[in-house]
Design a protein around this ligand. Structure first.
Ligand SMILES: NC(=O)c1ccc[n+]([C@@H]2O[C@H](COP(=O)([O-])OP(=O)(O)OC[C@H]3O[C@@H](n4cnc5c(N)ncnc54)[C@H](OP(=O)(O)O)[C@@H]3O)[C@@H](O)[C@H]2O)c1
Length: 335
């Protein structure tokens, strides 16, 4: 089978198309999956481009979706032909014992899904939502579940809430789509007028250009008659957190997700405290969270926005597009 191997950390030129033997037949509790699609995340971009990333000599990509081609003894949850999607933390099935690193995450600590076939424990996958293409399903492992966790699991979203999403990347656009379908209003930020139109077309009520309006937290307050938003999907990190705290309502929830602007910085703690907001760090979610999300998404009539898809051998071009920040929603790979 074809696969992509990251020969060394630190650059897209280190991604090589290679031939590998087919994976072994499934043992007890395993399934073999013909991988048909993956999707790019900022995390994958870091693994392949960051000079100090752990991902050397690794098959990249955390997201994988495809069809079950063989099942091992003892597997009752899946049958040959089922459409499945991988889990970001295969070792985190449920509960509060959360992983704190990426040692078992496909495409980081272990080989990922830039390949045509894998044999893994059945518990490393869930079913895909009914009616989803493999590319659409592949957007759910990382970006989809992160958006779901921020809004539903941790944010406790309810109809009538207002949600703030930052930028128009994978997590944010999926969060916008989920929030709208659950009866929430959405405010979005972006750096581009063209993307602002697309965010409005997906249902964002107010879109603020964060480059033209650096104090966008005040603009969010103005758009909500001074109240602020109930949930912030905070993908920016240190460069955006102060504005997110400003934009968030007293008693509101800030889901601290991203590192787009860096890895550490100052927090206006007195504003956070006096507004009695919850600031919760999160990393994706458990397999149980994914099962809940898959059940919910199957009932919605929208589909994840896929900006562009590339064949596996064009993985470096796909990452170059993401690095440029030109995309809207998700970029996918197909195999
Ligand atoms: N904790 C977790 O579990 C988890 C899971 C998934 C992702 N993440 C993190 O979340 C972040 C987003 O991930 P992603 O995969 O969605 O990335 P992505 O698809 O590459 O999103 C990039 C987009 O972010 C927007 N952006 C960049 N700088 C911004 C800023 N200062 N303010 C607002 N928006 C900004 C830009 O949107 P415009 O072009 O519209 O300006 C850009 O196109 C990353 O830091 C990633 O590591 C964390």
């Amino acid at each position: 089978m074809k696969a992509i191997r990251l020969a060394a950390a630190g650059g897209l030129e280190n991604l090589h198309l290679i031939d590998l033997p087919e994976p072994p037949a499934p043992g007890v509790g395993d399934i073999t999956v013909r991988i048909r699609a993956s999707s790019l995340n900022y995390h994958d971009l870091m693994v392949v481009t960051h000079p100090e990333a752990e991902g050397r000599d690794r098959i990249p990509m955390s997201d994988g979706a495809g069809t079950v081609t063989a099942v091992g003894d003892g597997v009752t949850e899946f049958a040959v032909g089922d459409a499945v999607v991988s889990c970001f933390f295969p070792q985190w099935q449920s509960g509060r014992k959360v992983p704190t690193d990426f040692a078992a995450t496909p495409g980081d600590g272990v080989d990922g899904f830039a390949c045509e076939s894998v044999t893994r424990p059945a518990t490393a996958f869930t079913h895909a939502p009914e009616g989803y293409s493999h590319e659409e399903a592949a957007t759910l492992t990382t970006a989809g579940l992160t958006a779901w966790r921020a809004l539903v699991v941790d944010g406790g979203i309810k109809a009538g809430d207002t949600v703030l999403v930052l930028g128009s990347g994978g997590v944010s656009v999926l969060a916008l789509q989920m929030a709208r379908s659950m009866g929430a209003r959405v405010i979005a930020t972006t750096s581009s007028a063209a993307k602002a139109d697309r965010l409005r077309a997906l249902g964002a009520e107010t879109v603020i250009n964060y480059k033209e309006t650096p104090e966008w937290g005040d603009a969010v307050l103005a758009a909500t008659h001074g109240r602020g938003v109930d949930i912030v999907v905070e993908v920016g990190g240190p460069g955006t957190l102060a504005q997110s705290i400003r934009a968030c309502a007293p008693g509101g929830h800030i889901a601290l997700i991203g590192v787009l602007t860096g890895f550490g910085g100052e927090v206006p703690t007195i504003e956070l405290m006096s507004k009695q907001q919850t600031l919760q760090g999160l990393i994706v979610g458990s397999r149980e969270h994914q099962e809940d999300m898959v059940r919910a998404l199957g009932g919605f009539d929208w589909r994840p926005v896929i900006d562009r898809s590339y064949p596996l051998n064009k993985i470096a071009e796909a990452f170059a597009l993401q690095k440029d920040g030109q995309h809207f929603g998700k970029i996918c790979l197909t195999m």
